[in-house]
Design a binder for this molecule. Structure first.
Ligand SMILES: [Zn+2]
Length: 109
């Protein structure tokens, strides 16, 4: 048995458990009972964690999880192009760094 993912939010660990299980890899959630209901325990040793039952599955499970993590990371990192001057600013900027015009982040449908 080998641990592939650990996080203080049970819901997150549980989400990855479902993904990995869906790929046909047997897993086990540890410390799950420690977070049900009451308070989160702020000690990483007690965070819920996801393990693969067979060490051979570790690489595949790790790839499934990290693919999702990379995709999540990529989302807010996209640059926003200013409609006035065409300069690119990071998406967490509220306005263009070059001309200071506010971004219109509302999406038209
Ligand atoms: Zn601009």
């Amino acid at each position: 048995m080998k641990e592939v993912f650990r996080h203080h939010e049970y819901i997150r660990v549980s989400y990855f458990r479902d993904l990995v299980e869906a790929a046909g890899i047997p897993t086990m959630l540890r410390n799950e009972h420690l977070v049900h209901g009451v308070v989160e325990i702020p000690i990483p040793e007690f965070y819920p964690n996801l393990c693969v039952m067979n060490d051979d599955d570790y690489q595949e499970a790790w790839e499934i999880i990290h693919k999702v993590l990379e995709e999540e990371k990529a989302l807010p990192g996209e640059d926003v192009t200013c409609s006035k001057c065409g300069e690119k600013s990071p998406s967490n900027f509220g306005e263009c760094f070059a001309c200071q015009s506010a971004f219109n982040l509302e999406k038209s449908c």
